[in-house]
Design a protein around this ligand. Structure first.
Ligand code: HEM
Length: 133
């Protein structure tokens, strides 16, 4: 029991969620919710969702400790001028939270993923100008 707990602790969050296959499923499910969400959809109306999903898969892989690299643009640059407010960010995280429920994660791992994503708030929110939404 304890031995397997030690092994468990050495795995990255990326491995614990289930690796590449799980990240693919997570981002596909999450972005389906995002682009169908009344409040968030308008932000994405001129965006290639295909490309966004693929960038997000890289980003989440890296953020959860998987071995990959993120080839997209810096987050503050990409979100600059979109007018994303704290409530949009909050909604985004709520949808991520709802998507994570269908994954086989411990409560700790679930919370850890949410808190890692929350650390990017300053790069996403309030980067000036843009929509009044
Ligand atoms: C921690 C939260 C977030 C992360 C990690 C994140 C990450 C990303 C990434 C990796 C990209 C692709 C970058 C690229 O194409 O080079 C992107 C694009 C984008 N994100 Fe986010 N995002 C977050 C929150 C949000 C929120 C809350 C919104 C809107 C309410 C949003 C709207 C967009 C839009 C519209 C694009 C496309 C921009 C473009 O095509 O020029 N993001 N995001």
């Amino acid at each position: 029991m304890n031995e397997s707990c030690d092994d468990h602790n050495e795995q990255t969050l990326y491995e614990r969620i289930g690796g590449k296959q799980a990240i693919d499923g997570l981002i596909d499910g999450f972005y389906t919710r995002v682009i169908e969400d009344e409040e968030l959809a308008p932000f994405f109306k001129n965006t290639s969702i295909e490309k966004l999903r693929s960038m997000q898969k890289e980003f989440f892989t890296v953020a959860l400790g998987g071995e990959s690299s993120y080839s997209g643009r810096p987050l503050s640059y990409v979100h600059h001028g979109l007018g994303i407010k704290p409530r949009h960010f909050q909604r985004y995280v709520e949808l991520l939270d709802a998507t994570l429920v269908s994954f086989n994660l411990s409560d700790d791992d679930h919370r850890e993923i949410i808190s890692r994503i929350n650390t990017y708030v300053d790069e996403i929110v309030g980067a000036g100008g843009g929509m009044d939404g």
